[in-house]
Write a protein that binds this ligand. Structure first.
Ligand SMILES: Nc1ncnc2c1ncn2[C@@H]1O[C@H](COP(=O)(O)OP(=O)(O)OP(=O)(O)O)[C@@H](O)[C@H]1O
Ligand SMILES: O=P(O)(O)OC[C@@]1(O)O[C@H](CO)[C@@H](O)[C@@H]1O
Length: 303
């Protein structure tokens, strides 16, 4: 089974405007409200790629009920822990450019965390666990490391996060981490603005404990690090309509290939095609779109 865990899910309020005028009343041209959060998105994309998963995390209030109801209507398996406050609302404004305002998460206490550790105790040999997204401020930043250690190497773990939670998680030897190039740079207090720099700093993720790493670089492609080797992929050409969830689609596409027993380099290729298929869509990718883009994703070893 694949478990995705989102400590900080959200209702994503996606608003389209022809032009955003600051300091004025703006009328939306289109809007939608959808359950979000990185792990939730990974599960949604996995379903589109024909793979079942179980969604864990914390939800609360009217926004939490909305997330749970919609995901259940979409026949996604959820096993959330309830908290008292409202799950955050994240505003994604799409006008001349994309602007995001991510809301504040509700309080999560030690009892809630213990419930999460209990839920993860059912993980069996061969399962996969995805720990995705930001860690709410009320939770200690060693949480991903502790969650990985609690399942004591039974499952392969993928971590898609940033900052201290990601840095600490590396010490627990996750199977894969997937920062984008900005998040990679933030870890080392540098700007990662070239393939050369991404190669140097991405390799450090392996030295710091990750078994594998994917550094995504939006339209510049992505790099896979597998211990001693590194591979660069191109991305397909197309019109970017939406970047929300593109990174989550890379993780989902990669995982969907891994569970089918594909080699890691092929899984990387499928992940990148999934990310681009989402970037080129209004919502998330479909398996048909991913398959169409696969021939345009070229992977070469970096020497
Ligand atoms: N301009 C683009 N052209 C083609 N593919 C793209 C483009 N931008 C993003 N992608 C696809 O989306 C993937 C993830 O993009 P990015 O590196 O921005 O990750 P991210 O920041 O984690 O994504 P997100 O926007 O979901 O947070 C890329 O690896 C690529 O497959
Ligand atoms: O604040 P985080 O957890 O880093 O990111 C949250 C978020 O921006 O990530 C998803 C897209 O990847 C959205 O559904 C959600 O709103």
């Amino acid at each position: 089974m694949i478990y995705t865990c989102t400590l900080n899910p959200s209702v994503d309020y996606i608003v389209k405007l022809d032009e955003l005028k600051q300091g004025e009343v703006n009328l939306a041209a289109q809007d939608s409200k959808i359950p979000g959060g990185k792990g939730v998105n990974v599960s949604k994309v996995l379903k589109r790629l024909g793979i079942e998963s179980r969604i864990l995390g914390f939800v609360g209030g009217f926004t939490g009920s909305f997330i749970e109801n919609v995901l259940q209507e979409e026949q996604l398996g959820t096993d959330f822990i309830k908290v008292d406050g409202d799950t955050r609302i994240n505003i994604k404004l799409k006008s001349q450019e994309e602007t995001e305002i991510n809301g504040l998460s509700p309080d999560i206490n030690e009892n809630h965390l213990n419930l999460l550790f209990d839920k993860l105790s059912v993980i069996e040999e061969g399962d996969l666990l995805v720990l995705s997204g930001s860690v709410p401020g009320c939770i200690r930043n060693s949480i991903y490391k502790e969650l990985i250690e609690s399942i004591s190497s039974k499952a392969r773990v993928i971590v898609d996060s940033k900052g201290e939670p990601l840095k600490k998680a590396l010490q627990a030897n996750p199977f894969l981490v997937k920062p984008n190039h900005h998040e990679l740079g933030d870890l080392f207090d540098v700007r990662v603005d070239s393939i050369e720099k991404a190669k140097v700093y991405g390799q450090k993720l392996i030295e710091m404990g990750a078994q594998n790493a994917i550094v995504s670089m939006a339209g510049e492609g992505a790099i896979l690090f597998t211990g001693e080797k590194a591979f660069r992929s191109t991305v397909p050409k197309g019109e970017v309509k939406n970047s929300v969830g593109a990174g989550d689609s890379v993780v989902a596409g990669f995982l969907s290939a891994i569970v089918k027993g594909e080699e890691i380099v092929d899984a990387f290729r499928f992940g990148v095609a999934s990310g681009s298929a989402t970037a080129f869509s209004e919502g998330f990718c479909t398996i048909e779109q991913v398959n169409r883009l696969i021939p345009q994703v070229l992977v070469k070893e970096l020497t």
